[in-house]
Design a binder for this molecule. Sequence first.
Ligand code: ASP
Length: 355
Amino acid sequence: MKFKEVNIKTLASTNASASILIVYTGGTFGMVYDDKGTLVPFDFGKIRENIPLLKRFNLKLTVISFSDPIDSSNISPDNWIDIGTIILDNYQQYDGFVILHGTDTMAFTASALSYMLDNLGKPVIFTGAQLPLGAMRSDARENLYTALEIASTKKNERPLVQEVCIFFNSLLLRGNRSKKVRSSHFGAFKSENYPILAQAGVIIDFNEPALLKPRLDNRKLKLNTHFDDSITLIKLYPNINETMLERMLTIPGLRGVVMETYGSGNAPTDPWFVNCLSKAIQKGIIIFNVSQCVGGKVIQGRYATSKQLEDIGVVSGNDITTEAALTKLMFVLGDENSIEKVKKKLILPISGEMN
Ligand code: ASP
């Protein structure tokens, strides 16, 4: 059995203000100390004992748990498809979805889901924790409670948030704009190139103009599950050498590269470097240029050190994050064979991941 389903009896079982499906995939969130003092994933069947306050929510709550919860460092497109399929199968029955996920790759999964869930008209809120539920100062409960509240917030009878987000440590961020920037602070995520969607204090203050425009039509949710993993990531560093670059660009079957460049999209101008990239592009390999900076954007041609990239046909990633770029490249290549069409799709936003 791949998944387990648990219904949580809340006080509001008969008259709930909203119904929320929690999908538990694993990560630090769901760990408790066993009798030997070791952190182990807890059985989500016992969620009520571990988070007793849940029963006081005025919500109908159901949990679908991965039978084998994973550390998110082991995530793969198959897991993204599992999460997407759970949402698709349960879409009509729930007002919103909260996905409990490890923080390490949360930004990748949230980006992937934002592309996969076409016509999404309900909130899909990812959250997790830096300290496990079983630890005294854990951030797990606060993150979950607020994520549930956000997922159940409505305006004019419709969900206020209709996109894939990450909620963490009081901030609601667009999932495909987020980055894990800290491994030991509670404020683990940042969205440098896009405004915060909501800030949770005494009230949850939504930045409504920044949210994706609400869907007023009732178009059917569609799940796209195509990913092509024949891509790689090349991060530039001073003294990167020809042999290394050449080897990476001639990996058999390679179809695309996310290239992390300096500053606003700059790279060496040495002829060997430009030739290597140019040869790859002529063979049909897509090179997608993203910046190593956490904020700002690629502007090919701004400096002489990026003009050569524009000239040979490197695709500008504008202000996209590496996480959103890698998942987008896999997603677009999974659906498209024509190189020209892939290039066109890469520069157009699918779900608010770039300007
Ligand atoms: N390694 C863990 C994970 O990503 C860390 C976390 O949950 O925060 O699954």
